[in-house]
Write a protein that binds this ligand. Sequence first.
Ligand SMILES: *Cc1c(COP(=O)(O)O)cnc(C)c1O
Length: 389
Amino acid sequence: MKNTDLIKQWKSTTQNNYGVPSIALVKGKGIVVTDADGKQYLDFLGGIATSILGHAHPAIVKAVSKQIAQLSHVSNFYAHPNALTLAAKLVEMTGDKSARVFFCQSGAEANEAALKLSRRTGRNRIIAAQGAFHGRTMGALSLTGQPAKREPFLPLVKGVKHVAFGDIEAMRRAISRKTAMVILEPIMGEAGVIIPPVDYLSQVRELCDRYGVLLVIDAVQTGMGRTGDWFGYEYSGIKPDVITLAKGLGGGLPLGAMIALGKAASLFEAGDHGTTFGGNPVTTAAGLAAIAVIDKEKLIEKTVLHHEYLLTELAMVKGVKEVRGAGLLIGIELDTPTAKEFAAKMAKAGVLVNAANESTIRIAPALIVTQAQLVKFVSIFRKVISDGK
Ligand SMILES: *Cc1c(COP(=O)(O)O)cnc(C)c1O
């Protein structure tokens, strides 16, 4: 079956919630993917910051194959060593022995869990950022600060206030002793790779401490080493009360986590929350393999170097207004609001990227991307932008 056949099938069998794609992908190796017509692409989107080790990574293939041949599911009536080893690893990554992990499958679910956890403080008001993305289920959508995604589905969960991202005065005006939690992305990914002022997170931490409010860091997109550290907030020196993860956590498999630290770690009581597949042996095997490779190959350090290179090269390209982000989560703002058209032209030229907003191209390649692939990316980017002018 060719691309056109598969797209036709998409239209005749699936709902219209995503819009219709023009490419069907059928295989991948590293950061190269192949579509149904046999055309190859450099995958600089990585399944939206998800395929952290690229495609068909031997360590993931081995871990998953071994586990699925042995035991594929246990439910939460029983423990499994993979989930426990991964939980221990995540606790270690937070640098705080008090951290406790809840596993789920997606970012929305991790944030839903955080929202429910915050209710256990006895308070019910929440502050999130305008433009933030925290997922699409009703609770997560209530946290999401994008009117176009929210408005068709009102009424949502009550008591959520959205304040300007990076504006500490707005946070100061909104927060009170009635606030249960503040939720923030370290870098707003879906909004267009938006970075807050460098002292914003530490100032929010101070406010949360003063009013006894949980600070939830949504590291779903920034996490797993993508932004030059395990979660993306570490540069600020703060300690969150809750960290949510998904996307890269499962090395390409559906795995999410809500990690609570300190007092927040014991807010849930038995029976308060759950999900059937949480801590599944196969997805947690993939997560463990991903972390082991990131550690062993020092991919976080490499990510920082790759960032420097891309920033320097892309900032010089004519037609680029600004390049921002951290590690391998980068927003390239164009001079004109033509990001969608530009992304389509890049795909034609053999590179997958996406338009995070009307003028910003987002790239989030796998951490295993090579210097040669970065050079190739920059060269194609330059050619596509100069052809379009
Ligand atoms: C993608 C994303 C989510 C939602 O994750 P899903 O797995 O799609 O539910 C939540 N928060 C952030 C920051 C994200 O980037």
